[in-house]
Design a protein around this ligand. Sequence first.
Ligand SMILES: NC(=O)c1ccc[n+]([C@@H]2O[C@H](COP(=O)([O-])OP(=O)(O)OC[C@H]3O[C@@H](n4cnc5c(N)ncnc54)[C@H](O)[C@@H]3O)[C@@H](O)[C@H]2O)c1
Length: 326
Amino acid sequence: MSINVAIIGFGMGFNIKQYHCNMIKNTRGLNLYGICDVDPNRLEEAQKEYQVKTFSNFDEVLNDNKVDLVVISTPHNTHADMTIKALNSGKHVVTEKIMCLNVKEADEMINASKRNNRLLILRQNRRWDTDFLTVRQIVNDGILGDIFSIDSSVNMFIKPSGWRAKREFGGGYLYDWGCHVIDQVVLLAKSEPKKVFAIMESRVWDVDVDTHTRVLIIFENGLSTEVEVSNISWISRPRWHIRGEKGAAIYQCNRAFVKTADGTIEVPNIIGNLHEFYQNIVAAINDGAELLIKPEEVRTSIAIIEAAFISAQKKETVSLSEVGYK
Ligand SMILES: NC(=O)c1ccc[n+]([C@@H]2O[C@H](COP(=O)([O-])OP(=O)(O)OC[C@H]3O[C@@H](n4cnc5c(N)ncnc54)[C@H](O)[C@@H]3O)[C@@H](O)[C@H]2O)c1
C-alpha cells in the first residue's frame, strides 16, 4: 500500500515543487496526499498545481488518520516543535534542513522518534551533491595520505530576504547553508568534533543575521577544518581544499584536481542520484531498511553550529561538551 505524504509549507522556491512534490509523485510506494500552508494564496497555488487535499492548519493534518508521513518545510524556528508534535501523533516525519537550532531540540526530536517508534528523516540532500561525492571518493581512496586539513566554502553575493533575514525565525547563512557544509565535513572527518572557534559577521546588508561566517572545527583525530559561508563574497573561494601528507585536492568551478608526487590529475565527477532519498524512506517504512541519514549524525552538526554561535559571541574557543554534546 502506498504511503500517504502531506507536505507542510508550500514554499516559493524550486525546493518544494522540484525536490519534494515531484519526487514524491515519481517514487514508487509514495502518494502525494495533501499540502498544508497557513497562507491561503500558497494553498490555492498548491491545489491548482497538484490537485491534492489541502489543509490550512497543521493540526488538521495530524488528525487525518490517512496521513502516514509529513514533510516539515517551514521556517527553521518551527522545525523542532512541529516535528515532535507529528511524531507524537504517530506520523513518520521528514524534517527539512536545518534539523533544529540546538542540541537540546535535537535530543528531544530523536527521543520522540524512538518513544513513538516513528521515523525521523532529516533532509541533508547535499550529501548527493557532485562536489561532495567526488571529494569523498578522493578522501576515501587514501591517495592524499594522512589528511590534516579540510576547507569548505559556500560563497555568494546575495541579500538575505524574508524570514531568512530574521534571527527570530532561525535565519542567517550559518543555519541555512552551514547545516549542509558542516554535515558534509563531519562525514569526511570520520572523527568526533572537539572544539570550535567561529567569527560571525553581519555586513553590507541591513539584516539582523550573520552574512559572513567562518568556523574552525578541531576533531579528536587532529584534523582541522575551516568552513566558510558568506553572503558577501564578490569572488568565491574554491568549494573544497583538502590537504594530506602525500597530496592535496581542490574542487572549484565544478572540477576536481589532485596533486601528489606523481603530478596533477583531474578526477572525474561523481553524479549523485537524489531519488535515493525518498526511495530509502519507502524501504525504511515498509521493510525496516536502515536510514541513509542517521539523526545522530545530523545532531553532531547541530552541536557544532550551536558551539559556533557561542564562540562568535564570546570570541573564544568553545568545547563541544559545553553544548551538551556527548
Ligand atoms: N534542502 C534544500 O536544499 C532546501 C532548499 C530550499 C529550502 N529548504 C528548506 O525548506 C524550508 C522552507 O524554506 P522555503 O524557502 O520553502 O521557505 P518559504 O518561506 O518559501 O516557504 C515556507 C512556507 O511555510 C509556510 N508556513 C509557515 N509556517 C507554517 C505553519 N505553521 N504551518 C503551515 N505552513 C506554514 C509559509 O506560509 C510558506 O508558504 C526551510 O527549512 C529551508 O531551509 C531546503
